[in-house]
Design a protein around this ligand. Structure first.
Ligand code: HEC
Length: 154
């Protein structure tokens, strides 16, 4: 058989395997469990409501940057996994919202997100708590936290 015909299924298998277990897969990604109440304080501290809406949360003192704020939470958003939720906070340009919302120019001229980058100001503890606060607002499968006792050798 012509080797080209074998090459294609081989490449496909490699590509599929890479999706699940490659170095870029979220497997093994584990943040410690966060504090929801502290996470809400972080959400307010960094004024996320300046660009976002979140059901049940309002802050009239914050200047709104968009006429239609980007909704957080719910099941219609792009965030489908815990890893995506964390990614959207620390690497906002990784996954941009669909074109319809982009009409309101939520992206800069160079195509990056207008979302502020918090990486130099937010502590990792703040990030952990913030994600613990936001995660239940999404239809995201709860994270499998590390249960340290499984490492206990009797
Ligand atoms: C200056 C405006 C701005 C601020 C402030 C801001 N964001 Fe965003 N954020 C955006 C924009 C615009 C998007 C959607 C476009 C994109 O994907 O970058 C977004 C997307 C997101 C998403 C993914 C949206 C989804 O559900 O699909 C999350 C989660 C998020 N932001 C969280 C936060 C949190 C938490 C804060 C506060 C620490 C924050 N953002 C502050 C502009 C902002």
């Amino acid at each position: 058989m012509n080797s080209r015909f074998l090459l294609f299924p081989f490449m496909l298998t490699v590509a599929l395997l890479a999706c699940n277990s490659g170095p870029e897969a979220p497997r093994g990604f584990s943040l410690p469990e966060g504090d929801v109440a502290k996470g809400e304080a972080v959400f307010r501290k960094y004024q996320c409501l300046g660009c976002h809406s979140l059901e049940g949360f309002e802050d009239p003192d914050i200047t709104k940057e968009f006429s239609r704020p980007v909704m957080l939470g719910g099941d219609s958003s792009r965030v489908k996994t815990y890893a995506e939720l964390v990614t959207s906070v620390i690497n906002p340009s990784h996954k941009l919202v669909p074109r319809a919302i982009k009409l309101e120019s939520v992206v800069n001229e160079d195509g990056t997100s207008k979302m502020r980058v918090y990486n130099d100001v937010m502590t990792i503890s703040e990030l952990i708590d913030l994600v613990a606060f936001l995660q239940p607002k999404y239809q995201v499968k709860p994270m499998q936290y590390t249960h340290y006792n499984i490492y206990h050798i009797p």
